[in-house]
Design a binder for this molecule. Structure first.
Ligand code: ADP
Ligand code: MG
Length: 132
């Protein structure tokens, strides 16, 4: 069993699709170990995405991620990290495959509906960020 950190981003919360995304999480065989609705502050959003702090899109990303509620989930499944990335689809919804969450619910490369950890080490760090 492997664990990963998922976030239902503020664009999805505003669109009232938390339930649809959680349905998909359950249908894909994940166990929801922990889950919380949060409102990230700018500092928190910046700390979470610190790896991107020198990118041109960083300030916009921080503003977006702190613009409203978000749902953070600790998910467990076999091969959880790669499987959740596959269910999410590519970062840019326009390039995400049909049937992926980002293709279905994403609006732009920034407002792309969901987050998922990308590797074992980042999953551990990101889980620790929200769930002590
Ligand atoms: P992913 O979320 O697929 O792992 P990244 O780690 O590269 O993608 O980027 C983190 C988040 O930053 C993305 O999910 C998206 O919200 C935002 N982002 C990434 N690239 C861009 C970009 N070129 N312009 C605006 N926002 C971006
Ligand atoms: Mg990433």
């Amino acid at each position: 069993m492997e664990r990963t950190l998922a976030i239902i981003k503020p664009d999805s919360v505003k669109k009232n699709v938390i339930g649809k995304i959680i349905n998909r999480i359950e249908a894909e065989g994940f166990r929801i170990v922990e889950m919380r609705l949060v409102r990230l502050g700018r500092d928190e959003a910046g700390a979470f995405y610190t790896v991107h702090r020198n990118r041109g899109f960083f300030e916009d990303l921080v503003a977006f991620m702190s613009s409203g509620g978000a749902v953070v989930l600790l998910l467990e499944r076999e091969n959880a990290i790669a499987h959740w990335r596959a269910v999410m689809g590519a970062t840019d919804p326009a390039k995400a495959a049909p049937g992926t969450l980002r293709r279905e619910f994403g609006f732009s490369i920034e407002r792309n509906a969901v987050h998922g950890s990308d590797a074992r080490e980042t999953a551990e760090t990101e889980i620790g960020f929200f769930f002590k």
